[in-house]
Ligand binder design. Structure first.
Ligand code: HEC
Length: 98
């Protein structure tokens, strides 16, 4: 095998592993798609039924965790649907929507 071929093989492996890492969406994203998207939309901006635009929300992790756990107004409580760990993941994901 020439040096060039070896280099190509190495690069191919690197590209493959990078691709495999990017493939599964963050767990918080899946939870968001299942539980939040119908009101807040894929990008957090839908605002169905008076849902607030998540990209403009000033709430920090604590505020969002409280809101998702307890609910508010038309926003349902997720304390029975999601575990605290899942709520933490979906809150973290919601903070990435900008
Ligand atoms: C049934 C529709 C509905 C679903 C489902 C829903 N929300 Fe909401 N959400 C709302 C509404 C309505 C509000 C505004 C509540 C109010 O202030 O009265 C809101 C507000 C929020 C806010 C506060 C934004 C701000 O700064 O005021 C956050 C954060 C939020 N939702 C996150 C989520 C997350 C995360 C999920 C999924 C776990 C979710 N929501 C699921 C309807 C929904």
């Amino acid at each position: 095998m020439s040096i060039l071929q070896k280099g190509g093989f190495l690069l191919g492996c690197l590209a493959l592993s990078a691709g495999a890492q990017a493939a599964p969406p963050a767990p918080g994203q899946l939870i968001f798609q299942k539980n939040c998207q119908r009101c807040h939309g894929k990008d957090g901006r839908l605002g169905l039924n008076g849902a607030h635009d998540l990209t403009k929300s000033n709430l920090n992790t604590m505020g969002r965790t409280y809101l998702v756990t307890s609910g508010m107004g038309k926003m349902p409580s997720f304390s029975k649907t999601l575990t605290p760990a899942q709520i933490a993941q979906v809150v973290a994901y919601s903070l990435t929507l900008k």
